[in-house]
Write a protein that binds this ligand. Sequence first.
Ligand SMILES: [Zn+2]
Length: 291
Amino acid sequence: MNTLQQAQFWQKLGIATIPIRYKDKRPELKSWQEFQKRLPTNTELTKWFSGPFHNIGVVVGWQNLVVIDFDSDTEYARWQLWIARRPVYRWIRQTLQIKTARGAHVYVTTAQPAWNAKLPGIDIKAVGGYVLAPPSVHPSGVEYTVLAGNLPVRIEALSDVLPAELLAAHTQLPETKKVVSPVMLTLAAADDPWERANQLFEPDCDLIEHIKQRYRIEDFFTRLVPKNDRWTMTNCPFHDDKSPSMWVDTERQICGCFVGCTPQPYDVIDLYARLHNLSVQDAIKVMARLL
Ligand SMILES: [Zn+2]
């Protein structure tokens, strides 16, 4: 496929692309950011990508698209060994994987919008950016090519495909969100979270109750505006919230967003999971380790 056909392919998936200077990583457009909010028109795509000398950028966040950027072949190879032992491998081996100049990109979409994170050797690109995609040419002359798959596979959360404790420790919550997580982890150097992620256990109901008693939902928010004994309001961490739209029910220990960011009320485990790109099952495992 040429660059225009690639752009049309992404457009059909509901994912925006932008023109990037040839053999460069910089956009050709001054205000490419508007394509985080609207898809380009077919006329724009034709105008941008006709002719041979353009790179193409795929804007992350559309359809909850996340690109996992392994910064070296070594990191990517380690991940491949790790993921091959996980149940999700049956699907994930079919997901779109791209050879980059020094490592690889793995494309997935998640059930809920994810945050950016910087794990050692791995950059999670989930919001506010773009990645170069085939048939772009890196400044070094290396062409981006497909290693495997053709479409991003949908997963529940990033902890399906990366160690939950690494994600919990390295999620980069936006400054403006004003959310503090009382259970931020510091990993001991001797502990290998890639190894530990394979030591699975099944949480039981007692454990879940124990977690819920240990963590108070109001402790996750720094700016709570009390309405009465039981209800408080706060800024929603999941959208650009100018006026507080998140209600917190301290008696029932649940919260929710009036604008609709939370498909159902969140308890403390749902909230921790969403804040750190974890599935609910993986959030329980991480929180249980901190009891
Ligand atoms: Zn919200």
